[in-house]
Design a binder for this molecule. Sequence first.
Ligand code: THU
Length: 129
Amino acid sequence: MNDSYNRLFVKAISARKTAYAPYSGFKVGAALLCEDGTIYTGCNIECGSFSLTNCAERTAFFKALSEGKRSFKAIAIAGGHNDAETSEPCFPCGACRQVMAEFCSEDFTIVLSDRTLKLSELIPYSFKL
Ligand code: THU
C-alpha cells in the first residue's frame, strides 16, 4: 500500500474512537480523501431505533457533500469489535457502496487493512437512475 493510503488508513483508525455503537459494539471509522486533497472523517452512529443507524462511510460522505465537495479519490475504512485493534478488513455494506456509486467513478479506491480495491470491483452493475 502506498504512503498516502497508509496515512488515510491511520486517520480511519483514529475516527473509530468517536463511534457511537452501544448496540452492536462494532466500531467503524472512515477517512474520505477528496480530489482537492481535503480529508473528511466519519464514524458509525447507532440509534435505539436500529434502522436509523448511519455507517461510518456515509457519515464521512455526507459531511463532505454537505460542505460542497463532489469529487473523491479514495476512502479508508477501519472497523472491529469495541476498542479492540483488528487487522481484519472491514468491507463497506451494500448501502454505502451504492452511495459511493452515486458520487464516485469506477476507479475510486477503497483502502482496507490488508488491501486496496476499486469501486468497480465492489459494486459492479450498480443501480443508476
Ligand atoms: N457499519 C459501518 O459503519 N460501516 C459498514 O460498512 C458496515 C457496518 C456499522 C453499522 C453498525 O453501527 C455496525 O457497524 C454493525 O453493523
